[in-house]
Design a protein around this ligand. Structure first.
Ligand code: PMP
Length: 404
């Protein structure tokens, strides 16, 4: 019998892709669906970036590159990451990957040993790949619940209680997928104060949404005293420059840069050279298109939050960053007699023609925090208006009369 490994069996996925396949199937069957599922900008990559890629191909710049990336892009990424965070990152601390996502696995694999009981703390709800990779790499996942009452920021006391001598890595994600929550400088200082007592803990700072902040300022834990050395900063071109399919991410950490480079030599060899030249143009060229996209996301955030709060049974806090809204729909579920957010999600898809994700696609629900669904507002203003109107009409139509 040909067997699969337990690891292969245990491998999780991004349920966004599963829902997306379902949406595509319905659309192919002729159904009219407005989708808020996809976590990527709906804008074209800026024209000068496209040109840089075409030029690279024409100039024969399409072979392998060093595994850490071309020097020009490492230097540009170092400069860009340094500037936003107010710290000095040297080009040789930076490694270019095929997106930021592979660094999640590389980081876990580089600081934990398989089957040794090493623990990794990750945010719940959270990007599903964190837990999936912690398990696949043979480490122990320890979920840290993020709660609505704290704006989905870490509770430092809860964090302190989760850290043990076996904790090797803490994953932070700000701005946060799926809630849009932000860690303020004060939040990060409180986390750093906890970590000071645990010098063995590395930090993976997933800052892929760092340029999409609407309220207040982006802050990185790497900029706090004593945190720099232990922090792996993860950033990339995907969300800032509408370049998700180009697959360019950057990770920065002095000690781990050579290790990540070896991982890349062992896996993808290098990121696409063509995409690397394009990303160089994105980082070093004019920034007004990236800034215009950020402003559009900001306006859409204000629009979708206002409209969602007008839907019966929906309560939507204002997310500080990324492009996700995470309304609490506990009351809406009760109104229409849905058992939970997943049943609501299915009914929205099939009965209202609106596709969203449910909280359970980002890990088990946090006890006591109610039911939530996720909207990506990387969708046109017209789609936001029409989609939320469909939802409001559906909830009104489906509301059951109160029991006598
Ligand atoms: N981290 C988070 C939290 C994300 O939401 C995503 C993309 N959905 C990534 C990492 C990966 O981004 P990429 O690989 O496209 O750079």
């Amino acid at each position: 019998m040909l067997a699969l490994s337990k690891r292969a069996d245990s491998l999780g996925t991004e349920n966004a892709f599963v829902v997306l396949a379902e949406v595509n199937r319905l659309q192919r069957a002729g159904r009219d669906i407005i989708s808020f599922c996809i976590g990527q900008p709906d804008f074209p990559t800026p024209a000068h970036v496209q040109e840089a890629a075409i030029e690279a191909i024409r100039a024969g710049k399409h072979g392998y590159t060093p595994s850490a990336g071309i020097d020009e892009l490492r230097a540009a990424a170092a400069a860009s990451m340094s500037k936003l965070r107010g710290i000095e990152i040297a080009p040789d601390e930076v490694v270019i990957g095929a997106g930021a996502k592979p660094f999640i696995a590389y980081a876990i694999a580089s600081v934990t040993d398989h089957g040794a009981g090493d623990e990794v703390i990750f945010p719940l709800p959270g990007f599903p790949i964190y837990e999936s990779q912690i398990v696949a790499q043979g480490a122990v996942p320890v979920a840290l619940p993020l709660r609505e009452a704290r704006g989905y920021a870490f509770d430092p006391d809860e964090l302190a209680a989760k850290i043990t001598p076996r904790t090797k890595l803490l994953i932070l994600n700000s701005p946060h997928n799926p809630t849009g929550g932000l860690l303020s400088r004060a939040d990060l200082q409180a986390i750093a104060a906890v970590l000071e007592r645990h010098p063995q803990v590395w930090v993976y700072a997933d800052e892929i949404y760092c340029r999409l902040v609407y309220d207040g300022e982006f802050a990185s834990i790497a900029s706090l005293p004593g945190m720099r050395e232990r922090t792996i900063i993860s950033d990339g071109a995907s969300k800032t420059y509408a370049m998700t399919g180009w697959r360019i991410g950057f990770a920065a950490n002095r000690r781990l840069a050579p290790v990540f480079t070896r991982w890349i030599t062992n896996t993808e060899s290098c990121a696409s050279q063509i995409s690397q030249w394009a990303a160089l143009a994105a980082l070093t060229g004019p920034q007004h298109e990236a800034e215009a996209m950020r402003r559009r996301f900001h306006a859409r955030r204000d629009l979708i939050v206002r409209l969602l709060n007008e839907v019966p049974g929906f309560r939507c806090a204002t997310p500080g960053g990324a492009f996700y809204a995470w309304p609490n729909v506990t009351e809406a579920c009760a109104l229409i007699g849905a058992a939970d957010s997943e049943e609501l999600r299915k009914r929205l898809l099939h009965e209202a023609g609106v596709a969203v994700l449910a909280d359970i696609h980002f890990g088990p629900r946090v006890a006591g925090d109610g039911q939530h669904i996720r909207f990506s507002y990387a969708a046109s203003e017209a789609a936001i208006e029409a989609g939320v109107e469909r939802i409001a009409d559906f909830v009104k139509r489906a509301t059951r009369p109160p029991r006598k």
